[in-house]
Design a protein around this ligand. Structure first.
Ligand SMILES: Cc1ncc(COP(=O)(O)O)c(C=O)c1O
Length: 323
């Protein structure tokens, strides 16, 4: 997979670590557990969006953009990483955020990712509904602005995770691991789509499990296939089959961004066995699925840690009540 034809800016530190997690494996009764640390890739408190943004902003810079506009929920990690990347590249950043998660209070509305967005110099537009979002978008859009989709999820963004698939398979192969199940959180979809496409193009025999944190599994699965096909087309490849990919939604609970008891318990498990912090919205809910899969697996299981630590602080009062 040669991605050198795509313009790219350098944002993260690569490769990210692939850590053994023996105490977590023992707690789960799993043969071997590894954590792929895409949460510790450097810029702006890190996370999965940096891999996508290297390609998305590479093209925006090549097009002569001076402003980047993107969208998300109030505690969007994508928005925060976009703001950090724009700070580093000297671009103006407009974040059009919608209050769609039923969480209230200073921690959720002002702390966590939100305070970092301001620190990175982004202009933050908080909108109550779709109408306000459209108005805010129209007020900041102009000729030299480039608009990125929610979560940085399109075919170009997914190439970041096609690249990550090669990195991960290389690390596993070096350790003599020929196959594994990789569990990944699925929100806007391009992380799981890129990973699944990359693994198929490499002909690696492992499987990918995408744990949806927001959409019903059927919808998330359709989106994953569409994004993987879009990324494949950019590479001049046919739409992938994705035969070794599964998608579930049974750990979402009452809704996107709404904490569940199982999520808190798995946050505690990762923290007290491995000193690893997960977030309540993405990695925490995916890790509930990971816990189930790992405890039944007879092959090594990899948890793709996609970041989100700043989002944890948006839920500080709820976390304090738990721990
Ligand atoms: C911490 C974290 N993990 C996972 C995801 C999901 O990635 P994707 O939107 O590519 O499905 C996100 C997306 O916002 C995220 O912030």
């Amino acid at each position: 997979m040669d991605l050198s034809a795509f313009p790219r800016v350098a944002l993260g530190s690569w490769p990210t670590p692939l850590d053994e997690a023996p105490r977590l494996a023992a707690a789960l009764g799993a043969p071997r557990v590894l954590i792929k640390r895409d949460d510790v890739n450097g810029l702006g408190a890190g996370g999965n969006k940096l891999r996508k943004l290297e390609f998305l902003l590479g093209r925006a810079v090549e097009q002569g953009a001076d402003t980047i506009i993107t969208f998300g929920a109030l505690q969007t990690n994508h928005g925060r990483q976009t703001a950090a990347a724009c700070a580093k590249l000297g671009l103006r950043c407009e974040l059009v955020l919608t209050a769609k998660v039923p969480m209230k209070g200073d921690a959720y509305e002002k702390s966590g990712n939100v305070v970092l967005d301001h620190m990175f110099g982004a202009n933050v537009h908080v909108c109550a509904d779709a109408d306000e979002t459209v108005k805010a978008y129209e007020s900041v859009n102009h000729d030299k602005a480039v608009t990125l989709p929610v979560g940085g999820s399109n075919g170009l963004g997914a190439l970041g995770y096609v690249n990550a698939a090669a990195e991960l398979v290389g690390q596993l192969t070096e350790r003599g691991i020929g196959t594994a199940t990789v569990v990944v959180p699925d929100g806007s979809g391009a992380t799981a789509a890129g990973l699944a496409l990359g693994i198929e193009l490499l002909g690696w025999p492992g499987t990918v499990h995408a744990a949806s944190v927001s959409h019903p599994a059927a919808e998330a699965g359709r989106e994953l296939h569409a994004l993987a096909a879009e990324a494949a087309a950019l590479l001049g490849e046919p739409a992938p089959e994705l035969a070794r990919v599964t998608v579930t939604d049974d750990t979402i609970g009452p809704g996107y961004g709404v904490p569940t008891p199982e999520m808190w318990s798995v946050l505690k498990l990762f923290a007290e066995t491995e000193g690893v912090v997960l977030d309540p919205v993405y990695t925490g809910k995916a890790a509930v699925k990971f816990r189930e899969i790992a405890s039944q697996s007879d092959v090594p299981v990899v948890f793709l840690h996609t970041g989100g630590l700043p989002g944890f602080y948006g839920y500080a009062p709820e976390a304090v009540a738990q721990f």
